[in-house]
Design a protein around this ligand. Structure first.
Ligand SMILES: Cc1cc2nc3c(=O)[nH]c(=O)nc-3n(C[C@H](O)[C@H](O)[C@H](O)COP(=O)(O)OP(=O)(O)OC[C@H]3O[C@@H](n4cnc5c(N)ncnc54)[C@H](O)[C@@H]3O)c2cc1C
Ligand code: FES
Ligand code: FES
Length: 484
């Protein structure tokens, strides 16, 4: 059974764990407010709020219900628009702002926008107009032209009092009528629910002791690639597995659980302390609801040649822990065995990886950078946000003063995506840079080596020449503007 709270009602269901939350709420609970648009995570029409008990409070995140397996709802508070509608038939301040600012025309996208903006009022995001607008970065509208929706977002921002630093926004959202009063009881309801042994392990026992590969984490690749298969599958859900979560400063290394999402990185004080440009860089990755679901392990295993997080962690020369989880019934010699692999050795060929199907990525580790560390991530797409890369690249350098006005490179890791069949760690370029002074000669020579290591092809995203030029310019930009 899968137990969770849907709006104000406790649910216990034996529907298949692979059923999407979208189909469950619409076809099993007749809650038709949540709309179906693309079913690929792109349009945001199906956005719901997902509340997770963290300590003594419930943290809410938006997710696209079309890609979310029911298994990931276990032990959570799932909120659809029916769960925020006032009982007396009036509108919440978010809904009212959308009406007042003419933020809705045909209305098909409106529920998605309302859920994203409601979540903005409830979560820990700073109450600023920029953040209100960025909360709807995963919602598409074909009618309004967005300006009216932006005005609605700003109106909402103005009506919400600033939440006290210590508390989440739920109490204030209740006070403002943004969410109904029953939200105040959700913390205790989830605590009771989670005591139930079935709640957090919907498929069978703990994933580390059972194996029903493939695994599913956020589902943002799997449900786009094989939705019918996933709906029927008994994939082992990993997104909320406590053993695969967390971002830890281990002193010499930083260790991240395989199920950490892009949002987990964004809000992590550990990551923020190491990467001053974290926000700018990670906002280039998908949209808010997808970042809330997309895990590092999923990105690595999907093995896309343009996987953003893969390219990012290749440039940190990260390593991954793999654990074979075959159950005894599968008679696998690998059951429970752990091995560590350099991320760059995971990729063998297009979508071929050095991982057995029953091995899960449990952790990612990279050396904690010192003060001499310089890092950059670049992604060029046909549009700046909400697009996959034509070329992406990341670079980490350690530098030391060679003289009063010159820097010497003491460590270098360069990666690039979209310029070969796999996400590339540029071995020769990285090795060449070590011991060199950062100057025009080094940049030119490094680029020549870089060009010999890549093999881009011409496709809809750009010609071979264009991709080569892009990588050259991105590298030059990093060397000239970030390092110097
Ligand atoms: C609208 C949209 C926008 C996107 N934008 C971007 C983007 O800008 N940049 C980008 O890089 N990607 C993007 N993606 C792709 C996707 O979101 C990422 O690749 C994401 O990180 C996949 O993680 P997941 O948890 O959702 O993976 P899932 O779909 O759950 O799984 C993907 C694969 O990984 C395996 N897997 C999952 N967890 C583990 C584990 N712990 N151990 C072993 N195997 C595991 C699964 O079995 C599966 O084979 C986008 C996707 C969508 C739908
Ligand atoms: S239906 Fe488009 S994002 Fe889910
Ligand atoms: S109002 Fe029609 S799609 Fe947004």
């Amino acid at each position: 059974m899968i137990d969770f709270i849907l709006n104000d009602t406790e649910i216990s269901t034996s529907e298949p764990a692979g059923t999407t939350v979208l189909d469950f709420v619409r076809y099993h609970k007749d809650l038709k407010g949540t709309k179906i648009g693309c079913r690929e995570g792109d349009c945001g029409a199906c956005t719901v709020m997902v509340g997770e008990l963290v300590g003594n409070e419930v943290k809410y995140r938006t997710m696209t219900s079309c890609l979310m397996p029911l298994a990931n709802a276990a032990g959570k508070h799932i909120v659809t628009v029916e769960g925020i509608n006032p009982q007396d038939g009036s509108m919440t301040p978010v809904q009212q702002a959308m009406v007042d600012e003419s933020g809705t025309q045909c209305g098909f996208c409106t529920v998605g926008f309302v859920m994203s903006l409601t979540n903005f009022c409830v979560d820990e995001t700073a109450n600023t107009p920029e953040m209100a607008i960025s909360a709807v970065d995963g919602n598409i509208c074909r009618c309004t032209g967005y300006k009216s929706i932006e005005r609605a977002a700003m109106t909402i921002c103005g009506t919400m009092a600033e939440p006290p630093a210590s508390a989440g926004g739920v109490d204030i959202a209740i006070e403002n009528g943004v969410v109904p009063k029953y939200f105040a009881d959700i913390t205790s309801s989830l605590k009771c629910l989670i005591k139930s042994p079935d709640t957090t392990a919907p498929a069978s026992s703990h994933p580390l002791t059972r194996a029903v590969p493939p695994f599913v984490s956020g589902g943002t690749d799997l449900y786009v690639q094989k939705p019918e298969h996933m709906a029927e599958s008994n994939a082992t859900p990993l997104l909320y597995d406590e053993q695969l979560r967390g971002i830890r400063d281990l002193g010499e290394h930083i260790e991240i659980g395989g199920s950490a999402t892009v949002t987990d990185l964004l809000v992590s004080p550990v990551m923020r302390s190491v990467f001053p440009q974290l926000n700018k860089h990670l906002k280039l990755v998908s949209s808010t609801p997808i970042r809330n679901m997309a895990t590092l392990a999923g990105n690595f295993v999907n093995a896309s040649p343009i996987g953003d997080m893969t390219v990012w962690f290749l440039a940190l020369n990260a390593e991954i822990d793999l654990v074979g989880v075959s159950a005894a019934s599968r008679h696998s010699p690998q059951s429970g065995e752990k091995r560590t692999l350099s991320l760059k050795d995971l990729y063998l060929g297009y979508k071929q990886i050095a991982k057995q199907p029953d091995e899960m990525i449990t952790a990612i580790r990279f050396k904690k950078p010192g003060d001499d560390f310089r890092f950059n991530f670049e992604k060029v797409c046909k549009r700046t946000y909400l697009d996959i890369a034509t070329v992406n690249t990341a670079m980490s350098l350690s530098v030391a003063s060679a003289s009063a006005d010159a820097l010497m490179i003491t460590g270098a890791h360069v990666s690039a995506g979209g310029v070969g069949p796999i996400p590339l760690y540029l071995n020769e370029t990285s090795a060449f840079l070590i011991g060199k002074t950062v100057n025009e000669e080094t940049i030119t020579a490094a680029n020549e080596i870089m060009q010999s290591e890549i093999s881009p092809i011409s496709d809809v995203r750009g010609t071979e020449q264009y991709k080569r030029l892009l990588l050259r310019q991105l590298f030059r930009h990093f060397a000239c503007h970030v390092v110097l």
